[in-house]
Each structure stands twice: as structure tokens, then as C-alpha cells.
Design a protein around this ligand. Structure first.
Ligand SMILES: Cc1ncc(COP(=O)(O)O)c(C=O)c1O
Length: 382
């Protein structure tokens, strides 16, 4: 006897076609995608093993090496957001029992601690108040105390707006025989990075900030030194989807099927990287620096103060102290609902204390600073 099933018509929704309000995204990310990137995303998908797509993957690899200033062969995009690339970084190089030393001076340092612990690492931390950075000498002392297999640092701590200097850290790591893993989620494309010169072994990023692309395809790179550790592993990488020994065969010359790549996201990433290459990396970094300095001066002109010491401020993300007596959440909501401008609130220790203003990728423009200042003047109490 055949069983019959009836459709629950009551579950059906009668909706209008998608309509999303236009926003100026000046928060910690995502930032507005470049119009050319959105246009590229509209290109009809081809197969993930189509020669045209494979050629595009090669272009993404080459362009990523340029924006990161690295020669690393295994430089790819992970299908997922920045967290997926972060997890790929941690999962591949961490073996159970490895001592992993994490520099924690904000929310994303803590996320690295949590992740490394889940992959069985013996996690140690070196900490700083949120908004400060580690000095070389402090890192040396911590390396000497903990003798880790991996040192993990956040180059651009999005929760605080602080830029961790990396010059000399790779040399220290070599001296102590450990790998250097760096989060460049809020720095790639907007903050000077010289991955190879700085001796960084593993790095990851995202698409939705400095690259001016929607979220979903996230840069990942690993040095041959770190890859040796991956190939020497006693056990397989615990995460199948993010295992570089498998992913490397899809992105490398073998072209072995691994997963169906989000084709249109990769179109978008390729276009966003092409645009940076067209502008020139140095020009792109200078544009971010020039516009953020204009932002800092403009914010100070309207009586606001900034959380991070000038020398260590990020060109991509600025933390602004919420004046006492002001309801930071209410102001941010008013900016969004009444003026279509998004800024972020504080995370963790800085919740309720700062706003986070991003000027990243396509959004790093003078007119966006002017718009923000104009609307802030309207909503802030006199
Ligand atoms: C420093 C840092 N690391 C990791 C992530 C995680 O990236 P995603 O939110 O794209 O998963 C973020 C997100 O903002 C970040 O700022």
C-alpha cells in the first residue's frame, strides 16, 4: 500500500520579492561592496571544474599573494567567512598537546584561545588591556617561558581598533623554533602587510572588509615551513572541510574535487582583488591612512575622543569613546534607522564604552567621513 503525504499549505509564506534598505556600512564589517564586485557576482555560474573557473582560481591565488606580499604556494580562498579561514589556520597546524601561545588583547584573541583549545592544544596566553599591543620584548619573554609550537597574534584587533606591530616577531619565532600564526581579517587590503618579510607562517582574512566584497570567500595562506608540520602530523586534520592536505589538491595542479566552490563568491573575490591590483597596493594603503586621519581629526573636531593611542590605531577601524551620559546603543540605532548609516558598538570589555567605525575598502572615502560627521552632529546631544 502506498502511503500518501499531504503538503502543509499553512506553512507557506506569501512574501514580496526581496527588498533590503540601502545602508552606508561604517561599522566593523561587512563594509559596502564595490559596485564592480557586485556586478561580477551577477555573472552566471559555471562548473567548479570548468577550465574558465580553474583559471580564475589561479588568478585569485596570484592576486592574494600580491595583497599579502607573500610567495607562499598554498595561498587560497576558503569557502566560508573569516571564521572558517581562522578555523582552517588553527585546525591544520594544531596537533593535540601542542603548546599554542595566544596574544589576547581583545575579543578575537579570545576566539583563537577557544578554537585552539577545541583542537586539543595546551593553550597559554599573554594578555594586555583591550586597546593596547604587545612589545617585542614582552613576546620574547612569553616565548621563553612557554616555548610554544605556535604563537598566534591578531594583527588588527577589530574589537579594539589596535594594530599589533609584527616587525621582528617572525625572527623571534624562528629563534624559539615556533610557527607564527596571524589574524589579518581587518588588515588585508587596508593596512600595510609584508607577510614574508615579517616571517608570518600562517595567515587568514575575510572578504567583507578591506577587500570590498560581500562575506563568504576567505583568504588563507601557509608557508612551506608550516606546511611541513601539517604533512608530518600523526593524525589527520580533525576538520575534513578545512583540511589543507585535501583543499591543496583542489587548488593545486591535481584539481581533485573537494567541495562545490561558491562560484559567484569567487567571481566577486577575484574582482575585488583585481581592483586593488589596479589601484596599486601602496596607493590603496595610503588612501586608507589618509581617510582615517581625516576621520580622526573630524571626530575630535566634534568633541569626541579615540580609544587607541595614535601610533597603534588601525587605518581600517577606529574605536570612538562614547561620551559619558550618552546611550551609545540608542545613538547607533538612530544613525541606522533615521540616516541609513551603520556603525558598530563595543564588544566584550569595551561593550557600552566605544563605538566602532570602519573605513574599509570601497568605503574608505572622504565623502563617507563627511556623511558620518554630518549625521553624528544631528544625533549627538549638544
Ligand atoms: C579579527 C577578526 N577575526 C576573525 C573574524 C571572523 O570573521 P567572520 O565574521 O567573517 O567570520 C573577525 C570578524 O569580524 C575579525 O574581525
Amino acid at each position: 500500500m502506498t502511503q500518501t503525504f499531504s503538503i502543509q499549505e499553512s506553512q507557506k509564506l506569501q512574501l514580496e520579492p526581496l527588498k533590503i534598505p540601502q545602508r552606508l556600512l561604517l561599522g566593523p564589517g561587512p563594509s559596502n561592496a564595490h559596485p564592480d564586485v557586485l556586478q561580477a557576482m551577477n555573472t552566471p555560474p559555471v562548473g567548479h571544474l570548468d577550465p574558465a573557473f580553474l583559471a580564475l582560481m589561479d588568478e585569485i591565488q596570484a592576486l592574494l599573494r600580491y595583497v599579502w606580499q607573500t610567495e607562499n604556494q598554498l595561498t587560497i580562498a576558503v569557502s566560508g567567512t573569516g571564521t572558517a579561514a581562522m578555523e582552517a589556520a588553527v585546525a591544520n597546524v594544531t596537533e593535540p598537546g601542542d603548546v599554542v601561545l595566544v596574544g589576547v588583547a581583545g575579543y578575537f584573541g579570545n576566539r583563537l584561545v577557544d578554537m585552539a583549545g577545541r583542537y586539543g592544544a595546551d593553550v597559554r596566553t599573554i594578555t594586555k588591556p583591550w586597546g593596547q599591543v604587545f612589545k617585542l620584548e614582552e613576546l620574547r619573554n612569553a616565548l621563553s617561558t612557554h616555548r610554544p609550537a605556535i604563537l598566534a597574534l591578531v594583527h588588527a584587533e577589530t574589537s579594539t581598533g589596535a594594530r599589533q606591530p609584527l616587525e621582528g616577531v617572525g625572527e623571534l619565532c624562528r629563534e624559539f623554533g615556533c610557527l607564527l600564526l596571524v589574524d589579518t581579517v581587518t588588515s588585508l587590503g587596508g593596512v600595510p602587510i609584508f607577510l614574508d618579510e615579517w616571517g608570518v607562517d600562517i595567515a587568514y582574512s575575510c572578504s567583507q572588509k578591506g577587500l570590498a566584497c560581500p562575506p563568504g570567500a576567505s583568504p588563507f595562506t601557509i608557508s612551506s615551513r608550516a606546511l611541513e608540520k601539517v604533512t608530518r602530523r600523526k593524525n589527520k586534520v580533525e576538520n575534513w572541510y578545512l583540511d589543507m592536505t585535501l583543499l591543496g589538491k583542489y587548488w593545486g595542479s591535481e584539481r581533485v574535487y573537494h567541495h562545490t566552490a561558491p562560484i559567484n563568491m569567487y567571481y566577486a573575490l577575484r574582482e575585488s582583488l583585481r581592483l586593488i591590483s589596479e589601484e596599486g597596493l601602496a596607493n590603496c594603503w595610503q588612501r586608507h591612512q589618509k581617510n582615517v586621519e581625516y576621520l580622526w581629526n573630524s571626530l575630535e573636531d566634534i568633541g569626541l575622543s579615540l580609544h587607541v593611542e595614535r601610533e597603534y590605531r588601525l587605518p581600517t577601524l577606529t574605536t570612538v569613546c562614547i561620551p559619558s551620559g550618552v546611550d551609545g546603543k540608542a545613538i547607533a540605532r538612530q544613525l541606522l534607522i533615521e540616516h541609513g548609516v551603520e556603525i558598530g558598538g563595543g564588544l566584550g570589555e569595551l561593550a557600552g564604552k566605544v563605538w566602532r567605525v570602519g573605513l574599509m575598502g570601497f568605503n574608505s572615502r572622504k565623502e563617507n567621513v563627511d556623511t558620518l560627521i554630518e549625521v553624528l552632529r544631528k544625533v549627538l546631544p549638544n
